[in-house]
Design a binder for this molecule. Structure first.
Ligand SMILES: [Zn+2]
Ligand SMILES: [Zn+2]
Length: 317
């Protein structure tokens, strides 16, 4: 069966929000869950990963009657970068504490530290009762770079990391899932990884926490050209971005207009505006969404628990 679905588990930028007038679009921080030909791929571990983990545990328990005969939880977790709103949910991700779970964690080297060390220092140890080294799951860590592709082959649980020169040169089983990344330095202080996931002839690009330029960002345009879906940072309105009282230029986030400009130039089929400012309530986001659709018809803000079947997104090219 050809499967490629996206579920938004956390949509909010910077910090979680709990106010009732902000929950239509979501209060949890960045986390996107993808199901691709039997593989589970989780992008970022903001607080949205907590519910994703709870659901994985529920399915695991329902899959058998005892520890021996239940299907193990298997997932890849990819980190775009190490800011708190992208890692803070990880210690509360319950599959970490189940011995049969098999987790593969990918992140880029940050400030010279590998990702395992970085998570160990930032969300375990002195800020959490458990050390990373004490978690029960079978967890493997990988350093992910622009020159590598993660390949998930059908009928194999082990991701393959391959080096490549040109993306077109990667020729694989047609049911394989291929993940590549692009390093973007337009986010303080250590930059961010933008991910591209290809599966069943469809392409998803996840470009959060990056500041575009007025008039578009050619690097991201080239990376996401013709994608079925582009999930793009759209934290600010242009008014807030250039506000004389509190300007946001240089904070490493895009305006809604910048995200649209990049989506247009890349000719993507669908644009999901993501990582919304925690100060923006549902009322404002509804208005901004309507305005965005007037410029780019297939644009919408991400909403927590929104699920989209990418196999049904009609590609423009
Ligand atoms: Zn963020
Ligand atoms: Zn960030």
């Amino acid at each position: 069966m050809s499967e490629f679905t996206v579920k938004f588990r956390g949509t909010r930028g910077s910090h979680p929000v709990a106010a009732g007038n902000k929950l239509k679009y979501g209060g949890n921080t960045a986390c996107v869950e993808i199901r691709a030909n039997g593989h589970t791929i989780i992008l970022d571990a903001g607080t949205g990963i907590i519910e994703a983990g709870n659901d994985l545990v529920k399915s695991h328990i329902a899959s058998g009657t005892n520890i021996e005969n239940r299907n193990p939880i298997q997932a890849l977790i990819l980190f775009s970068h190490s800011h708190l709103d992208h890692i803070q949910g990880l210690p509360f991700f319950k599959p970490l504490y189940i011995k049969s779970s098999k987790l593969c964690i990918f992140g880029g080297k940050t400030h010279g530290k590998d990702y395992q060390q970085l998570l160990s220092d930032m969300v375990f140890g002195s800020v959490f009762p458990v050390e990373l080294s004490e978690i029960a799951a079978d967890t493997k860590f990988y350093d992910f770079k622009e020159t590598d592709a993660i390949v998930l082959n059908p009928d194999s649980d082990i991701p393959q990391l391959i080096r490549f020169d040109k993306e077109k040169e990667i020729i694989l089983d047609e049911k394989a899932v291929v993940i590549t990344c692009m390093k973007c330095n337009a986010h303080p202080k250590a930059g961010v990884l933008v991910f591209k996931i290809r599966c069943n002839g469809k392409t998803l690009v996840y470009a959060t926490d990056k500041e575009d330029y007025i008039g578009g960002d050619i690097q991201t345009v080239n990376f996401s050209r013709g994608a079925s879906m582009l999930i793009h940072d759209a934290q600010y309105t242009m008014e807030d971005y250039i506000s004389p009282v509190s300007p946001k230029q240089g904070f490493g986030h895009s305006t809604i207009e910048m995200a649209i400009e990049t989506a247009k130039q890349a000719n993507v089929s669908q644009l999901i505006l993501f990582h919304m400012d925690p100060a923006y309530d549902d009322n404002l986001l509804e208005k901004l969404e309507e305005k965005a659709r007037g410029i780019f018809q297939n644009a919408m803000f991400a909403r927590e628990n929104l699920e989209i079947n990418l196999m049904q997104v009609k590609c423009k090219v």
